[in-house]
Each structure stands twice: as structure tokens, then as C-alpha cells.
Design a protein around this ligand. Sequence first.
Ligand code: ISC
Length: 402
Amino acid sequence: MPQETPKEIGTDMPDEFPAERRTDSAQERPTSADIARPTGAPDFALSHPEFSVRTQGVAKQFDSPEPAREALRDGSADMVVGAIPFDASRRWALSVPESVTSSPNPLEPPSFYRSGDFPSFTLASQMPSPRLHRDRVAHAVSVLGSGELDKVVLARRELFRADRPFDSRAVAARLMSANPNGYGFLTDLSAAGPGYSKHYLVGSSPELLVRKKGNRVTSFPLAGSTARRTNPDEDEKAATQLQASAKDLREHRYVVEHIAEVLGQFSSSVVAPGVPELLSTRELWHLGTPISAIVDDPEVTALDLAAALHPTPALGGAPRQPALDYILANEEDRRFYGGAVGWCAADGDGIFMVSIRCGETDEANRSLTAWGGGGIVSDSDPDSELDETKVKLTTIRKALGL
Ligand SMILES: C=C(O[C@H]1C=CC=C(C(=O)O)[C@@H]1O)C(=O)O
């Protein structure tokens, strides 16, 4: 597996996330991080085109799913919100909020966050470098298909530094405004313990891991992508080509098969169409399949389903365990990227989005680390895969004003 020597941009990329050092003068302009906030400033927010949930305060925190499940079961929690890390054996970031506001509409962040003072961000480092990511894809391609691995998802990250402190909510608000159909989210990661205190995960994910409403369960996995084109005819052509691409259809099929199989453990009526649909974001076309099921056991919750489904081959690979072993052995820690963000109520209803097109802010509110990845199969092209991560990272870059 190719290793990083030397880094292309910056040599100061922390492998973990130490507290940022402040080297600037104390004389700074006030920012949305330190001037009066709207009173409803949330600690967790998830916006969906048809509904939204915002919460404030933390009554209890959990770093694993079992006590959260127990709190929902024994009536001590009405709702649990938060995030599942990519590596589910690590500490989760779940909490019971003090107050919850739900609405039948998507969130409309106050103008204070959408258009208030916002710092300048600069790209400080990349890990791995674009060149190394390309080499890693080439290496994966060389082992895929010949052994036990059929698909593996590889990702890279970019660290952005701000010229003054910022509020994570301002980044979330900009993501929500720019992607109104994109399920914007914000969640505090403090419950995951050391290294996550006052870190927030913010993003705008188009990928639904699972939603449960009554006994009905839906999932809308994505895999197989191409960049949007500015010319409408070329854009349409790119979408048509994606729908016909054998490589992308294969990449997609592993995900649908996994989800149908896992949901089949909870339901005798899983419906998974054989042909994917097209889904577009501002930056990309994706192949997506709407999967639905009716759960047989009324006690099963959205949190149970998210825990069982995660990580799907849209972020891990196929078969699941060898793909995860490959990623954990060959890539830097993904932390909460590639996990899931959402909420689960005591009646079992809830929603979890896959945490992609997202970034993690640091405790000092001075930096954000964003990730972008893509599924690799035996006929993937390393240069195209690198380009795809660049396009995926533009969701966050644009929100930062880059
Ligand atoms: C891994 C990411 O995207 C996943 C979701 C949609 C399409 C994907 C793809 O075409 O590879 C990925 O599976 C990411 O955005 O970082």
C-alpha cells in the first residue's frame, strides 16, 4: 500500500486533532462565534425537505448505542440524537437533548448565521495528498476482484483554517441554504470523549441510511457518481451515461444487496428495485435506489436499524468485513465521516443520514476538516476517482467561501 512521502500541501497535518494554538492578536473583529446568538441556537439540527428537528441542551450523553437504546426503552429519554463513527467499535456521540423543536418544514437558518460575518478560510493541508490518494486507488484496483475484496471505498481529507473564530452553526446554515434538498445537519461530537470535546460535525448529505416511521422503513443508498456539467445538454448526457455505466451499476449493486439483506433480518417484505434512479446534488449525479420494508417487530427502532446497516458498501465496501479491514489498515482515521447522523424517538421512529459531504470543526472554532471519498471496483480509473473526491469536497469548500 503506498505511503505518504512527502505531503504535497502543508507538513503540519495533525494525525489526530490537537487543540488549535492561537497565534493571532487578541484584537479581533467580533464574529458569529462570540457575539449574541439567536436564542434558539441548536446543539443538534437535521433538516429534511419534509421535516426538521432541532434540539438544545444535553441531559445525558452516551458513547455507545446500548445505554441509548436502554434509555429509549425505559422511558428516561424521549429522543436520542447524534452521530455514529465510521468505525462503529469506537466511541459514538449520542445525547438526550433538553428540548426538541420539530417542524413539518426544512430548517430555515436565521440570517444571523446565513449571512452574518464569516471568516476567510484557507486550505492548510491534505491527507493523503491527491497524488497519494491516486496511488492508493491504483493499489486497491490491483487487488480488487482477484482476492476476497470486490469493492472498497477510499477517502481523503482536507484541513481548512479560518482567519478568526467561527460558529459551526454558521457553516451548517450556509450548507443548508445552498442545498435545500440536501438534509443539512449539525451535531455536537463531545459525547465521544477526549479529542471530540466541542467538536461539531456539519454537512449536507444526500444519502439516507434509514428512516423509520411507524412500521415502515426506507433507505435511499447512493453509489456511482459523475460530476454535474454546466452545459445542460452535456449534463443530461453525463447522467444518461452514468445510468448505463456497467462499472457504476456494479458499484451500486453491492450497496443495494447489502441493505436488502440486512433489512431482510427485520422484515419479510423488503422491496428493492433492480434498476437505480438518478439523484442530483448541485455538484454531482448519483445512482440511488429507494428501498422500503415493513418491520415485523414493533420494538425495532431507527437506532437499531442504523446500527445494523452501518457501514454499508457505499462507505465501506464488499464483502463488508474485509473491506473494513482494508480501510482501517490503509487509511487515516475517518472519525465521524462515513458514519451516520440522526435521531431516534422513544416510539422507535427516526432518521439517520450517512455522514458524507461533511466536515468536523475543532474546539477552538478555528479549523474544519472535510472528507471526500468514492467507491473503487476492479475497473475504476485512479485519475477519475481522484477527480470525484475533488468534486465531492466542493460541497464543503463552497460553504466555506472557497
Ligand atoms: C463516499 C462518498 O460518497 C458515497 C456516496 C455516494 C456516491 C459514492 C460513489 O459514487 O462512490 C460514495 O459511495 C463521499 O461523498 O465521500
